[in-house]
Ligand binder design. Structure first.
Ligand SMILES: NC(=O)c1ccc[n+]([C@@H]2O[C@H](COP(=O)([O-])OP(=O)(O)OC[C@H]3O[C@@H](n4cnc5c(N)ncnc54)[C@H](OP(=O)(O)O)[C@@H]3O)[C@@H](O)[C@H]2O)c1
Length: 319
């Protein structure tokens, strides 16, 4: 089968097309013929070997064998099933998340039926489905799981035009919160259309001087900091950054105090969020923002675009 591999950390050019054996499903695994996958900011970081501490998991000097084919999100068709598979049948259209196993930048991927995997509603294309998984479920984990947002609360989403951000705005608005966003000028209209009442263009306005107060500031791109956001948080408000080790330390320290808190972590188990996502897609109640679509043969170009830090929503790869 065709796949794309990297065997050293570096720029997009380290990605190389390869031919690999088609994986055979065993036990409770399904074999998925991948029709669409994505390039996310997180896996561009994996390709660069950043942050450095991540190499403890990925491989200290070069990526270890199990992570050399990237691809976190996928949508495709079940083409074979192991003897213990109960949830899926050959022919099912499915979408999901590969997690630390990665490997969806390939024609076939085998994974356990217990993985973050579910069926695609009939009204949704493979490209749309693949573009939802990580952004939506991460936003869901932070807003529902960590912040417990409720109707009537006020939420600020920094990086509101990105993959996590575009879903965060919609999830918070749907929960009945008043949502404000921060993004660049060209994306202000987009973020408003997703449900944000006020959008700050970071090149012109400083949201920390707006006089607004928020119960949650979700920093999807970790471009701000707890110190900078503290003045705009309510007395028990929380700052939710998606990355940076220092924020894990701040999360422990602020949990013990009485003031605003930091809450962070990794969205790994995605089952509950995936079920909610499937329902919203089926009801046509979710806007999926796709910036660009590339064939697998042009994945280097797709990584260059994501590396810019200025994609809007999601970048899809058709296989
Ligand atoms: N903790 C977890 O479980 C978890 C899971 C997944 C991902 N992550 C991490 O989350 C991060 C975000 O991922 P993502 O895919 O959502 O990002 P993304 O789609 O790459 O974000 C790009 C967007 O950020 C906006 N942006 C850039 N600079 C900004 C600034 N200073 N202020 C506000 N917006 C700005 C850009 O808007 P303009 O083009 O207008 O500048 C662009 O639309 C990554 O670092 C990833 O590693 C964490």
């Amino acid at each position: 089968m065709r796949a794309v591999m990297f065997s050293s950390y570096g720029p997009p050019e380290v990605l190389t097309p390869v031919e690999l054996p088609v994986p055979v499903p065993t036990g409770d695994q399904v074999q998925v013929r991948v029709h669409a996958t994505t390039v996310t900011s997180a896996e561009c970081g994996m390709r660069r070997g950043e942050p450095r501490w991540g190499r403890i998991i990925l491989g200290p000097l070069r990526p270890r064998a199990g992570v050399r084919v990237l691809g976190l999100e996928f949508a495709g068709e079940v083409t074979a099933a192991g003897p213990r598979v109960r949830r899926f049948r050959v022919g099912d259209r499915v979408f999901g998340f590969t997690g630390f196993a990665v490997g969806a930048n390939a024609e076939y991927k085998c994974l356990s039926e217990k993985a973050s995997l579910t069926t695609i509603p009939a009204n949704v294309s493979y490209e749309q489905a693949a573009a939802t998984v990580d952004g939506f479920t991460t936003a869901w984990h932070f807003l529902h799981g960590l912040a417990g947002i409720r109707a009537g609360q006020r939420v600020l989403v920094i990086g509101a035009s990105g993959s996590i951000g575009t879903y965060a705005v919609q999830i918070a608005a749907r929960a009945g919160a008043t949502v404000h966003g921060v993004c660049g000028g060209r994306n202000v209209k987009l973020v408003e259309s997703l449900g944000a009442e006020r959008v700050f263009d970071y090149s012109r306005e400083d949201f920390t001087r707006s006089g607004e107060r928020y119960d949650a500031v979700f920093d999807t791109v970790t471009r701000s900091s707890f110190a900078a956001c503290r003045p705009v948080l309510t007395p028990r408000g929380c700052y939710l950054p998606t990355t940076h080790l220092i924020n894990n330390v701040l999360a422990i320290r602020t949990a013990l105090g009485r003031g605003p808190r930091v809450r962070t972590g990794m969205s790994v188990r995605k089952h509950a969020a995936l079920a909610d996502l499937r329902t919203l897609l089926e009801q046509d109640a979710l806007q999926v923002v796709i910036d660009r679509t590339y064939p697998l043969s042009e994945i280097v170009e797709a990584h260059r675009h994501v590396d810019s830090g200025h994609k809007s929503g999601n970048v899809v790869i058709t296989v």
